[in-house]
Design a protein around this ligand. Structure first.
Ligand code: NAD
Length: 381
């Protein structure tokens, strides 16, 4: 099959869904690879590198969409891109079908197959295709780097001839994939790191990474943030109050807050309120990784960085993976390549869109002229 990757059209998006390395692997599966000219430049992959890897460079988006049987990209397609799909084409990209119904209808009306990388079931066998996790890992790392960039001091404590420097105190709220990556980065930079999650089962993991789990003064059995299939559920008002009380105690002493708390299919819970921001010291930094879903901090403005009247910097960028485009493209392209490996079981360049396979079925949101979202629950864990 002809696999093609266009240049991302979303403003500011620097990632690319195919790298020279992933293209080499795709060719081993019997596929031919195509890329739109300049598609990899912002991620550090030049046309010449693709050509060396045996990829054909096409000079326009129109030529790419026309030529490719399978289009692999990062962001959900624009309406114009979706309009270029036809019944014999398959699109592989992030899609967020739950909030993109009209776009899904458009793809279906074209008869195309669509594989949403954000719908890959989170089961062990599919971890190599779990693009949400690979991007969350990068976002967590980058959030700490971004915080450091906006913080006027060291993370680690130092005793120097010019004076003693105390270590920074960092609080990570939410210890999913992004939060754990942030904890690892923060502790490795030498900060005193605290972390909190409504899922008490992550306490051990947090402590094994050298951070301190923030326990609440709240009866364990009543911690109803407990998981639904490994994810958090909304907290009871009592639990939330206990959590906010704890955060109010911590706020005056914490230098950097990184929030990553999310609940599936809901706006982000507001956990760092205006009065907490007002209690923080001047020069403190908040990086809100939940900004895209409304933000965990009451004052976050998505896609913006602001400094409050009391000198606290609040970073609400929503494009952290794109800010590390070389790394995120390499990982995303590998996730896509693994998906294509499973779609090419005989390694003969022939796609078998096997709807009996839990992972392929789970990620497929349109197929054979039908919308196939939401999928049935996976049979195997
Ligand atoms: P997520 O991005 O949905 O949420 C981030 C974190 O926020 C979660 O840890 C959640 O518990 C926490 N949170 C929600 N409300 C909160 C609150 N009020 N206060 C503090 N924290 C709050 O999470 P994720 O990174 O997608 O991971 C969620 C789960 O999925 C985890 O159990 C993880 O181990 C699991 N997972 C499994 C796989 C796999 O098996 N392939 C891959 C990735 C994640």
């Amino acid at each position: 099959m002809k696999i093609g990757t266009p240049k991302e059209v979303f403003e500011g998006e620097a990632r690319v869904a195919m790298t020279p390395d992933s293209a080499l692997q795709l060719q081993k599966l019997g596929h031919e690879c195509f890329i739109e000219t300049g598609a990899g430049v912002r991620a550090g992959f030049l046309d010449s590198a693709y050509e060396e890897a045996g990829v054909t460079v096409l000079d326009s988006a129109a030529a790419l969409w026309e030529t490719a049987d399978i289009i692999a990209k990062v962001r959900p397609p624009s309406d114009e891109e979706a309009g270029r799909l036809t019944a014999d084409k398959t699109l592989i990209s992030f899609f967020y079908p739950g909030s993109n119904e009209a776009l899904m209808e458009l793809c279906k009306s074209k008869g195309a197959s669509v594989i949403a990388m954000d719908m890959v079931p989170r089961i062990s066998r599919a971890q190599k295709m779990d693009a949400l996790s690979s991007m969350a890992n990068i976002a967590g790392y980058r959030a700490v780097i971004e915080a450091g960039n906006n913080f006027g001091r060291f993370f680690t404590g130092q005793v120097t001839a010019a004076g003693k420097v105390p270590p920074a105190k960092v609080l990570i709220v939410g210890a999913g994939v992004a939060g754990l990556a942030a904890i690892g980065t923060s502790t490795s930079l030498g900060a005193i790191t605290y972390a909190f999650d409504v899922r008490p089962e992550v306490a051990e993991q947090i402590e094994s990474m050298g951070a301190e789990f923030v326990y609440l003064d709240f009866e364990e059995a009543a911690q109803d943030g407990a998981a639904t299939g490994g994810y958090a559920a909304p907290s009871s008002p009592e639990f939330r109050e206990a959590q906010l009380k704890k955060f109010r105690e911590l706020a005056p002493d914490i230098d950097i807050v990184i929030t990553t708390a999310l609940i599936p299919n809901r706006p982000a819970p507001v956990l760092w309120t205006r009065d907490m921001v007002e209690m923080m010291k001047p020069g403190s930094v908040i990086v809100d990784l939940a900004a895209e879903r409304g933000g965990n901090c009451e004052l976050t403005r998505p896609d913006e960085k602001l400094v409050t009247d009391n000198g606290v910097t609040i970073v609400g960028y929503t494009d952290f993976p794109s800010r590390m485009a070389t790394q995120s493209s390499a990982l995303y392209a590998t996730n896509v390549r693994h998906m294509l490996t499973d779609l090419t079981p005989e390694k003969d360049g022939v796609i078998n869109h096997n709807m009996e396979d839990d992972v392929i079925r789970g990620a497929t949101i349109a197929h054979a002229g039908e919308i196939t979202f939401p999928p049935p629950p996976p049979k195997v864990q």
